[in-house]
Ligand binder design. Structure first.
Ligand SMILES: O=C(O)C(=O)C[C@]1(C(=O)O)C=C[C@@H](O)C=C1
Length: 113
């Protein structure tokens, strides 16, 4: 028979609250985001290095040789892998990525001359 005086009541120690569970999930998910951001940063760095090589090879490179047709094509291809973001949002992201790469390449070229 149960003795209600000795029975262990569920305490906040044994049963995490909905808020505490959500907090734990957020920490786990943020850990995944941090890992993906580190991977993204590495990819962005590698992309910028390759894009700088392209600038040095083009007859007109850097911002002056910007090729918007090529940019739209690569965005359309990327959109096939990122349906949630879609081409228009990806275009904004890639505009920043490409501009940052061109700026870094231009700075490097200027400091080398
Ligand atoms: O493909 C090129 O022609 C590049 O210069 C590379 C790149 C890019 O970073 O992807 C940069 C600038 C151009 O507007 C298009 C693409």
């Amino acid at each position: 028979m149960h003795d209600r005086h000795t029975e262990t009541a569920p305490s906040s120690e044994t049963v995490p609250s909905v808020e505490a569970q959500a907090e734990e999930q957020i920490l786990l998910l943020r850990g995944r985001i941090d890992q993906m951001d580190a991977e993204l940063a590495e990819l962005l760095e590698r992309r910028a290095l390759i894009a700088a090589q392209v600038q040095r090879l083009k007859p007109v490179g850097y911002f002056a040789g910007r090729d918007l047709g090529r940019e739209r094509e690569l965005v359309e291809r990327m959109a096939e892998h990122a349906p949630r973001l879609g081409a228009d949002r990806l275009a904004e992201i890639m505009d920043s990525v490409i501009s940052a790469g061109l700026a870094a390449a231009q700075e490097e070229a200027a400091s080398a001359s």
